[in-house]
Structure formats: C-alpha cells, structure tokens
Design a protein around this ligand. Structure first.
Ligand SMILES: Cc1cc2nc3c(=O)[nH]c(=O)nc-3n(C[C@H](O)[C@H](O)[C@H](O)COP(=O)(O)OP(=O)(O)OC[C@H]3O[C@@H](n4cnc5c(N)ncnc54)[C@H](O)[C@@H]3O)c2cc1C
Length: 324
C-alpha cells in the first residue's frame, strides 16, 4: 500500500522556518524512495498557508487552524496533531529538528503511541523498510535505527542533513484538517529578543567561525573585518565563548547552534567532533589553520595551512581592493 508521509512545518507570523524547507526535501525523498505521497501540515490560527508552501511538489497541504494555535504551545500542537494522526494514520511524520519540535514531539509520540526517531540525518530504504541514521553521544557515533512493529513513525530532521534547495518545486492544494477542542496549557505573554546582539546563525548564508587559535578578544578585529567584507556572520567554537571573547549566541556545536550556511570559513578551529556536529551541514567549508593535521581539514573543501594572523589580513586586503 502506498505510504503516507506528512511533514509538519514550523512557521511564525506566516514566515516558514528555514529548516521547514529542509524537512520538505527529506519528506519528498522519503516518499520517492518508498513510492508514497508527501503532504505538508501547517498549524495556525486562521488556516493561511505560510510562504510559498503551495509551490512545492506535495500531494496536498493540510491546514489545522484554531485561535488556540496563534502562538506555539505544546498542549495546543499535541492537541491538534494527535487526533489528526489518529484519524488519518500517516506512516511517517517528519518535523524540522528545532527547539520547538524538541519541546513537543516526544509528548506527541507518547500521546499517539508512535515511535520516535529524533535528529535523523539520513535514511536508507530497502523494500518497505526504512533505516534511519542519527548521531549519538554528542555526535561521536552514528546509530543506524530501525523501528520495529507497525504504526506511525515520527522523525525529526537535523539541520543541514537535507539541503533546502533540493526540495522539488510543483504546485498543490490546501485541505483543512479537523481540529477538536484544544487544551492550551501555556499562555504566551509576549516574545522578547534575548539581547541586543541576538543573532540567529541558523539563517545565515555565510559564517566565519572563530576558534581558540585566534588567540584572544583583542585579536578578533581582522576576522570581524573579513566577515564584514564577505557579508557573513561571526560564529565561534566553545572555548571562544567560555573565555568570554564572544557572546554565547555565537556558539556553534553540540552544545550551541546547528548551522548550515552555504559557506563556513573556519579560522583557527581544530574541528573537534563537538564542533563539527554543529556545522558539517555547511555546503562549503573553508579552513585556515597552521596545523595540517587538524581534523577540520577532513571536512574542508578548501584549506589554507598557515598563520591566520598573516592570512586573514592578506585576504582582507585583496577583498577591500576588489570592492573599491
Ligand atoms: C560535552 C561537550 C560539549 C561541547 N560542545 C561544544 C560545542 O558546542 N562547540 C564547540 O566548538 N566545542 C564544543 N566542545 C569542545 C570541543 O571538544 C573542543 O574542545 C572545541 O571545539 C575546540 O575549540 P577550538 O577548535 O576553537 O580550539 P582548539 O582545539 O584549541 O583548536 C585551535 C586550533 O587553532 C589552530 N591555531 C592556533 N593558532 C593558530 C594560528 N596563529 N593560525 C592558524 N591556526 C592556528 C590550532 O592549530 C588548532 O587547530 C564540547 C566539549 C564537550 C566535552
């Protein structure tokens, strides 16, 4: 029987989260490998379809709407999705692996009795069987996971695992999902930026990652200049944050943000596994490091071996000249 795949998209104020598009790509690929259908699911207060979702190659876009879904709450989302999954029995329900899905998807799994595969980075399909790959032990190992028994499987899709631009375009139609009475267990009193310097690196196309090799906060100037010249944001490894050289919202890695820019320029970063976990979904990694055995070179497309304090100013000079 044809497999039914749902992709629950994350959106806020009508804008799709970047990782929603990556989840669409994953859902389309799973549907194609299983010979099934992929449909998007959107939760909102008014049933409006966020962004350009109707312009993807999807079987349909299912909209669950209720005033109680105006803001995200785990009770509202589980209350809307649980009965819909029970009634329509999708085989797989995919979610972008975000702070939001980490908050409510385990509860949804418990509510529906579905199996849960968190943080999937890839899958293989053999016949009707799906084997998922997911990192364990802060990315030191990759586990291959097969779900036993039948029923719906929920899976969250790790950032960068399925590039958003691989999602196929098409055209589709919206259909309303029936939503019963929702019990909202949290009242959102308001949303505030966490700080003036708050940066969402998950949306950045270009990131210049700074490591301990830079040597201290007083030496950050040329690297910041490089980021400015190439239109990038500054990210950092954990020691840079722990030493107080940059604010915590810049940290990339297993205990920081997971990013997937088009270009990741690693400057003075060794490439420890806990850092790689957060940036290996980047389309192109360029590394500058004086140690040619640094692990970052294993995942870098281009590498420069040498002293960053000489190389970065030299690059800046060429870039500045080309922009004159
Ligand atoms: C539970 C746990 C969670 C963690 N979470 C994270 C995380 O989220 N993010 C993270 O990044 N780390 C994390 N870590 C830490 C991680 O293990 C590494 O210690 C850290 O990533 C190393 O940071 P680094 O590459 O900047 O520093 P180092 O490993 O010290 O590397 C510095 C690099 O700079 C190079 N260098 C030095 N001077 C120069 C120069 N003048 N020119 C060019 N190159 C130079 C050196 O050759 C070296 O490769 C975690 C660790 C644990 C145990």
């Amino acid at each position: 029987m044809s497999k039914k795949i749902w992709i629950v998209l994350q959106q806020r104020e009508g804008k799709l989260h970047r990782m929603s598009r990556e989840a669409i790509a994953a859902g389309q690929q799973l549907a194609s490998a299983l010979g099934g259908t992929a449909s998007a699911v959107l939760l909102s207060s008014d049933g409006a379809v966020a962004g350009d979702v109707l312009a993807y190659q999807l079987d349909e876009v299912l909209t669950a709407s209720d005033a109680a879904l105006a803001d995200y709450t785990p009770g509202g989302y589980v209350g809307a999705l649980g009965p819909a999954i029970g009634a329509e029995a999708p085989d797989y329900v995919l979610f972008p692996h975000t702070y939001q899905s980490v908050d409510y998807v385990p509860r949804l799994a418990q509510e529906t009795g579905a199996a849960l595969v968190p943080e999937a980075v890839s899958f293989e399909v053999s016949g009707e069987e799906v084997i998922w790959k997911r990192p364990v032990l802060t990315g030191k190992l990759q586990a291959r996971v097969r779900v036993k028994g039948g029923g719906t499987v929920l899976a969250t899709i790790q950032s960068g695992a399925f590039p958003a631009d691989s999602a196929a375009a098409g055209s589709t139609q919206a259909r309303s999902l029936t939503v019963g009475e929702l019990v909202v267990d949290r009242e959102i009193l308001g949303v505030e930026q966490a700080g003036e310097d708050e940066v969402d690196l998950t949306k950045a196309d270009i990131i210049v990652g700074v490591g301990r090799g830079v040597g201290g906060p007083e030496k950050l100037g040329p690297v910041e200049e490089l980021a400015r010249l190439i239109g990038g944001d500054i990210g950092a490894s954990r020691p840079v944050i722990d030493n107080g050289w940059l604010p915590r919202d810049r940290q990339i890695g297993s205990s920081g943000q997971t990013v997937a820019p088009k270009l990741y320029l690693a400057v003075g970063i060794s490439g420890a596994i806990q850092h790689q976990v957060g940036m290996k979904g980047s389309s192109c990694v360029v590394a500058i490091n004086k140690d040619k055995t640094a692990p970052i070179f294993n995942i870098a497309k281009y590498g420069v071996i040498g002293d960053l304090h000489e190389i970065v100013p030299a690059i800046n000079e060429v870039l500045a000249e080309s922009q004159d």
